[in-house]
Design a protein around this ligand. Sequence first.
Ligand SMILES: Cc1ncc(C[n+]2csc(CCOP(=O)(O)OP(=O)(O)O)c2C)c(N)n1
Ligand SMILES: [Mg+2]
Length: 1015
Amino acid sequence: MTTKIIVPDIGDFENVEIIEILVKIGDKINKNDPIVTLESDKSSVEVPSPYAGKISSLEVKIGDKVSKGAILAIIESDESKISKVQIDKKKEKTELKSEKILPETEQIIKEAESSIPEKPKIEASKKIYSRPNGRDIDPTETQEWLDSLEAVLKKDGTDRAHYLLKKLSDEAYKEGSSRPITRITPYINTIPVELEAKSPGDQNIERRIRSLIRWNAAAMVVKANKKNSELGGHIGTFASAATLYDVGMNHFWRGKNNKFGGDLVYFQGHSAPGMYARAFLEGRLSKNQLGNFRQEVGVDGLSSYPHPWLMPKFWQFPTVSMGLGPVLSIYQARFTKYLINRGLIKDENRKIWAFLGDGETDEPESLGAISLASREKLDNLIFVINCNLQRLDGPVRGNGKIIQELEGIFRGAGWNVIKVIWGSYWDQLLSKDKSGLLIKRMNECVDGEYQAFKANDGSYVREKFFGKYPELKDLVSSMTDRDIWKLNRGGHDPHKVYAAYSEAMKAKGKPTVILAKTIKGYGMGKSGESINITHQQKKLGEEDLLYYRDRFDIPLTDKQVKNIEFYKPDDNSEEIKYLKERRMKLGGHLPERSSFAKSIKKPANDIFESMLKSSGSREMSTTMALVRMLTNLLRDKNIAPRLVPIIPDEARTFGMEGFFRKIGIYAHEGQKYEPEDSEQLSSYREDKKGQVLEEGITETGAMSSFIAAGTSYTNHDLEMIPVYTFYSMFGFQRVMDLIWAAGDSQTRGFLIGATSGRTTLAGEGLQHQDGHSQLLAATIPNCISYDPTFAYELAVIFQDGLRRMHDKQENVFYYLTTMNENYKHPSIPKGSEKGILKGMYLYKEFKNKGKINVQLLGSGTILREMIFAAEILSKEYNIDSDVWSVTSFNELRKDGMTVERKNLLNPTQKPEKSYVESCLNKKDGIIIAASDYMRSFSDQIRPYISKAFYSFGTDGYGRSDSRKKLREFFEVDKEHIVTYTLSALAKEQLIPSTYPDKAIKKYKIDKNKPMPIVL
Ligand SMILES: Cc1ncc(C[n+]2csc(CCOP(=O)(O)OP(=O)(O)O)c2C)c(N)n1
Ligand SMILES: [Mg+2]
């Protein structure tokens, strides 16, 4: 049947230009294949065919302007009933909307309402339910309730008991008791003793291994500091966390191998010595390397913290900047599910574990994304929070209880919470505590007290903890002070930790957090256990070391201890055999960084071809050019599935909303609703297989996704191409620390600072107008940044980026600034590719009389002001110029520094020329440079050129106005460039000073206006 393909609802746009026709007469197409691309001044979007069939005629050509309903093509199709169904649906929808409630219906509702029997009002009781001190006023009644509960628990189990409690709570709520049930449970372990999974490990050997790791980790820090006290390091943190790591290493964390992708573990940054100490016993690191902890220059040493950049075969995740590990791990878990749901990797039930400190949870990044984790049902994520109750300066919550606070926060956010507070020695006491007094005492003590208990001894605990109530003092009367001291904390008890990990592995539909109570500086004795200075303790005296040796039974002589020797038993010892066998069973080493990813095949050249041609009379912005290029890339079968567009709620700002329908927004539950704009071409389509990561308003989250996708080549052995597009002002300056971590992680991908340029993003004002992100980008060593002006520059740079990051496997990432100013784009000048990539190329020569010449260097949209200025200088002043497009002052500087250094170090050899010098030294005339960034951006090349150099830029706060006014204000418009060029030439005595003087008057330049930095 012959059917028309028409332009569907395209939102608010009318008369939109057709920029591409993607089918030919005779083509056989599938449903949803694109027919044409439409481009308004804000976005470009493909129109898909609603039918499959054969194109029999085309009714439009490139350049035509169309609106909703216009016929695009005729197709021979066998399914043409759809439109009627759609129309009927729509009709139904509008009819429903206009439907009014009839008076008869209203009457029926009223009658029905009046027939509902009124419930007797419950009189507010005068009874006092509990005394202010919390004592029960009716213990018999309480006991009856408790007996009922126990009966239910015994007969029908915990689920039923939970159901009944919830029912009771709901009922109380309905009856007017608005007190919500607390999200906090008593201060005891979540898993009851009877339900603890038992560790299959040999506890004696495991303890011995753990002791050796503890010793070597501490020795590493002390030894380094003995060499040089500048080196620093931490003993107390790992000392508190050793059991938490060991149980994971011996029993839970699976390594990567050719059969399994491996679990991903984010280690707490400053517990690194513990990971090195274990790797030493495993034979992965040498004694020599351990001896060179924190010495990385010129020796084979170990980095202070997890830095993949410095130890690329070892560390996977940089975590030491507090808060980054937690947020990165959440988005890693989410990205893993994204890859699974999109069918790109298998679901192997891999887990993401993140270790963090209790003090670290004060960072907004640590807790800011926890609701995303539960919303997205990330049951592949396990947080372990090492609650040693201390941070650097003192207690985390001296007057409160951090574990309880975190329990409430995480449970409130929908997480599975497992508290591991008390060790096994407490089990008996708790089972004897029939009155609940012990739990009451546990609940009422604050963390400051708990810290003090462990900084003292058994008699102190007897007195201060148990001594508060005679009944409790009695409870421990048969125990010695030593026994009391042995009452251990959950996080130091391998049985409790094992049970918690095993429970966490089983969680379904929720992320899990394990709150493990530990002691900072565990085992360090008086020199550093549970005292406020523990965190900084890096020097242990001889006595402390001997104590530590004895405390953990390390078979070293006193002399060896004094020499701070490392200890590793023979390879045939029980310990080493056990430790290696455990890791073999779990599939490999951890941490370990590797990549077996295949490179993504290069896109065909024609993908970029259209961008290299002139846009003719069509005006567009570089942001739109980028969207067009991505749309083209989505047609390449190798690239398309690997592109990960990431946007924090700004797709419409950048004209990217066309992607919603075309490739879908990733949503783990698909789309449970019909979107309000379902009939529109760019409707908000969520899909389990969706490709766009629409992050909502979180640059931190978006950046974490960028890192997850950009390191997928190592963490999932699958190369991906993240393209994270953001308001350029909310990029580097907002999430610089994460971008730094991206560099450390060797992330590959494209950061796009869209709407950049202090004067180009006209109306948005001070907080939005970016004139410095390029400078911030320049601070990151492996970030390659460009500020292109024309679509062909963008295409050349992007294509090269794909080549470097995927063909050549270079560990770099890109920062490209794009703008929202519309203008025409010329064709690529012949032979300019190399220059575009190196940072500058000759765009155009303005030759007239040839007497006086200047070099005009422009970047981004300000290059166009330079071109206009060149025309004026040529026409009105007979001054010739060469106009250079500077795509990257940052890249020019890198080259300049490198060449200068080489020349200085090779004084006897003929000096080499920097690239910028080789471009400009053959050209005549002073140099004028300008960009839409601060002057320091272009100033970067000043040391590498020998001619007079003047730079202009947008130093100062942005503000709202038109582009013209702003460029005048910041003095980067063509009029200022002409005037300043004349002035500079006059200063060089090449023209009379009357020239610039007249120009100042002609252009009404206010000489008395202060520099914009003070305005
Ligand atoms: C963003 C950031 N701020 C400050 C620091 C310095 N710092 C390192 S460890 C630490 C204390 C950590 O306390 P906690 O999270 O409780 O870990 P613990 O050592 O007690 O396990 C601080 C402030 C840092 N690494 N990162
Ligand atoms: Mg702490």
